[in-house]
Every structure is written in structure tokens, then in C-alpha cells.
Design a protein around this ligand. Structure first.
Ligand code: GAR
Length: 189
């Protein structure tokens, strides 16, 4: 059995899609959902899906080894960031080197880095007059959005598209591909 831990800070719609993808499987299990945000929508989703939630604060994340310790004790094989908004500290990057992935809502290396998350990304894409955007799934290192790219998919951005329109298209790509790519990484199919 391969075990996944998801980290999410917000609504958690990607987290839910991943959980649904693996719900009937006996070879892969979404074992834990971690959040730094007590108000995050992902908590309600996790309760509904009956997946345990681990809440942590900044101090624990950046100044203790507690999070990697929990992940290791739980036998986690892959850490999946899904709308997680904190920079991952070296202690965790090193413990899960090549075993931690992120999804970014743009075509990296464009529109990545500190402050580039969620709607900020889509606003920047529209303001720059881009004709396409998309998703990037990548390994996580100690810099924002810089690890090796695993997969990208594109969508059109047409004249008149608002940041909300782009967000909708990007979310559709995320739901289509993130669970599938995670599955491939864990099972090789
Ligand atoms: C997703 O679009 C994800 O790509 C993005 O936040 C959204 C979370 O939505 N992540 C980042 O911007 C990370 N830099 P969700 O909470 O509904 O899954």
C-alpha cells in the first residue's frame, strides 16, 4: 500500500479530487491531510471524506522537525502539495527529496515565485495579455516553484477572459491531470 499525505491551505478542491480518484483503491491511500489554516475549506472536505487532518502552526513548521517526523512515522510515500501556500523548509524538502510534488496554476517558469499563487497568477497572466496558460506539476525543492518539472498542460486565454475565466480553465486541467500524474508516480501506470 502506497500512502499519500496532502498539504493544503485553502478550499481544497484539488485535494478532494485526489481523494476521490483513490477512494476505491486498495493499493493507494490518502492517509492524512495537513493544513496551516484553521479556516481552510479543505478541513470540511476532509471531514466529509473521513480523512484525518493535521493542523500545524508556523513555528512548528519552520522551527521543529515534527512534521517530517509525523510523515515518516505514518509511512508516507508521497507528499502532495495542493494549494499549499507556505515555502517548504529544508528539513522537510530533504526528508522527502523526490517524494514531494506541487501543482502550480501557470506554465512555469513563467508566473512562479514568491507571491505568485491562486488569483494573483491568473491576474498577472491576463494583465500581460498572454494567449495561453496552464498547469505545471513539479518536484518540490527549497525555492518557490523551481523543482524539476514532471508535467505541463496548456489552455487558451482568449481576448475578454477575466482572471476568473482563466482560473476555471486551469482548475479543469488540474482536476483532469493531478490525480492521474500522482497515480503514475506511485504505481508506474
Ligand atoms: C490551485 O489552482 C493551485 O494550483 C494553486 O492554488 C489553487 C488551490 O485550489 N496553487 C498555488 O497557487 C501554489 N503556488 P484548491 O484549494 O481549490 O485546490
Amino acid at each position: 500500500m502506497k500512502r499519500i499525505a496532502i498539504f493544503a491551505s485553502g478550499s481544497g478542491s484539488n485535494a478532494e479530487k485526489i481523494c476521490e480518484h483513490f477512494a476505491e483503491r486498495d493499493d493507494v491511500d490518502v492517509s492524512l491531510i495537513f493544513t496551516n489554516n484553521p479556516m481552510a475549506g479543505v478541513i470540511r472536505r476532509a471531514l466529509k471524506l473521513q480523512i484525518p487532518v493535521v493542523f500545524f502552526d508556523r513555528k512548528t513548521f519552520y522551527h521543529t522537525g515534527k512534521i517530517p517526523q509525523i510523515l515518516q512515522n505514518e509511512g508516507i510515500d508521497l507528499v502532495v502539495l495542493a494549494g499549499f501556500m507556505m515555502l517548504v523548509p529544508p528539513v522537510l524538502v530533504n526528508a522527502f527529496s523526490n517524494k514531494m510534488i506541487n501543482i502550480h496554476p501557470a506554465l512555469l517558469p513563467k508566473y512562479g515565485g514568491k507571491g505568485m499563487y491562486g488569483h494573483h497568477v491568473h491576474e498577472a497572466v491576463v494583465n500581460a495579455g498572454e494567449t495561453e496558460s496552464g498547469i505545471t506539476i513539479h518536484y518540490v525543492n527549497e525555492h518557490y516553484d523551481e523543482g524539476d518539472v514532471i508535467f505541463q498542460a496548456k489552455c487558451d486565454v482568449v481576448s475578454g477572459d477575466t482572471p476568473e475565466d482563466v482560473a476555471r480553465k486551469v482548475h479543469a486541467l488540474e482536476y483532469e491531470h493531478y490525480p492521474r500524474v500522482i497515480d503514475e508516480i506511485l504505481t508506474g501506470r
